[in-house]
Write a protein that binds this ligand. Structure first.
Ligand SMILES: [Zn+2]
Ligand SMILES: [Zn+2]
Length: 162
């Protein structure tokens, strides 16, 4: 029985949301019940004309006060201050935004979904051969595995009492 419901939103195509839903079901079935909600427009105030990217922090404010966990898949490039770009950005036990802009395969969308959702559930970055390994280039994302290591899985079970 899943513990929490997670609502998936998307900007652009719906397909990445379907891929994410499947990835969440496969990796986190004991913790989460994913549901695709709807298309969501990206707030133009989050766009930085100098960078040609959207500010992930500003976009996340769209969900202030939202009561379920959420995952928002966007099709434009995103950044946070101090980084050239990010694949995603998560707030623990709230939700995450994930950009598919640089993710050119289904496999990468799955992997980065599992990574961001791991952050939502409270995991930090991991040094093991693990999907929670930090990656800030496409190559690093390609090279890391698509699943949690046993240490991260045990940590999750401890944190959520399952
Ligand atoms: Zn991360
Ligand atoms: Zn790990």
């Amino acid at each position: 029985m899943a513990e929490y419901r997670i609502d998936i939103f998307y900007s652009g195509r719906r397909l990445p949301a379907e891929i994410s839903k499947e990835a969440i079901t496969q990796e986190y079935s004991t913790f989460l019940e994913p549901e695709i909600r709807k298309h969501l427009e990206m707030d133009s105030r989050a766009f930085s004309p100098e960078r040609g990217q959207y500010d992930a922090g500003v976009l996340l404010r769209t969900f202030e006060g939202y009561r379920n966990l959420f995952l928002w898949l966007v099709d434009r490039d995103i950044f946070i201050e101090g980084m050239n770009f990010v694949f995603g950005c998560a707030i623990r036990m709230k939700g995450a935004i994930l950009s598919v802009y640089r993710l050119n395969s289904e496999e990468l969308i799955r992997k980065e979904t599992v990574h961001e959702v791991g952050h939502i559930l409270g995991l930090g970055h991991c040094e093991n051969d693990c999907v929670m390994r930090f990656s800030n280039s496409l190559q690093e994302a390609i090279e890391k595995p698509g699943h949690l290591c046993s240490a991260c899985r045990e940590k999750l079970q401890r944190m959520h009492g399952i």
